[in-house]
Design a protein around this ligand. Structure first.
Ligand code: HEC
Length: 202
């Protein structure tokens, strides 16, 4: 016969064990920052309040007058994936990165000659999700909301790009898991280093 006291402690231990296993599985609670509807990605919003990681610039005048991705690329990562990156140095399942593009607006400012941001011209995203993109290389899918040739509006929803259009170059040349971290000093600094992640320390 099980003593009442030990039965109670078995129950308590089971509850503690259950809670522990739930909390030990971050994926159970991790938040997603993207929505797939009828097989298409809904244009994300709110990303300008995510974590900004870098701004590569491919000006037209250095690319035979027509850069493939014009011209400033502001790159953001969703907050939960940022938390994961700074703790582990890895991109979690569900990572969402946005690249928002602006033309060069002016080439001269009171600070000097250079490149200064002009109007918005494009929006792209990449998402890592085993559930949504089981057949994409390392589960990364690529999306473009940009409407060429005017680049004056954005699609409401968009299908994943064919793998060959985007993924191969990322796989071959990006430094970390399909992401060009070599051009994002903020991600490089934060990689598995919560102390440096916050800034004020180089
Ligand atoms: C020939 C190589 C190449 C191809 C093809 C390419 N990219 Fe990229 N992509 C880059 C480079 C290099 C960067 C980082 C530097 C920059 O933005 O110029 C980048 C950055 C990105 C980023 C920011 C996050 C990251 O992974 O670094 C997104 C989002 C992105 N690309 C989307 C796309 C989409 C969508 C396509 C297909 C339509 C595509 N890329 C095709 C080279 C490529």
């Amino acid at each position: 016969m099980i003593h009442k006291k030990s039965a109670n402690s078995i129950i308590v231990a089971s509850i503690v064990g259950l809670l522990f296993s739930i909390f030990a599985l971050p994926s159970v609670f991790s938040k997603e920052y993207f929505t797939i509807k009828n097989g298409e990605l809904v244009r994300p919003s709110g990303y300008r309040e995510w974590i900004y990681v870098g701004a590569p610039l491919t000006p037209h005048d250095k690319n035979n007058g027509k850069a493939n991705f014009p011209e400033f690329h502001s790159v953001y990562i969703d907050p939960e994936s940022w938390e994961h990156w700074k703790k582990t140095g890895e991109f979690r399942d569900g990572t969402t990165l946005i690249k928002e593009m602006n033309l060069v607006g002016s080439t001269s400012a009171p600070s000097g000659e250079g490149y200064f941001m002009g109007r918005f011209v494009g929006l792209e995203a990449t998402i890592k999700s085993k559930r949504e993109f089981p057949n994409e290389p390392d589960n990364w899918a690529y999306f473009s909301f940009t409407v060429p040739p005017e680049h004056k509006s954005l699609k409401q929803t968009t299908k994943a790009e064919p793998t060959a259009n985007c993924s191969a170059c990322h796989e071959k040349s990006a430094k970390h898991d399909f992401v060009f971290t070599q051009y994002y000093p903020i991600l490089e600094a934060a990689k598995a280093d919560p102390h440096k992640a916050v800034g004020g320390v180089w």
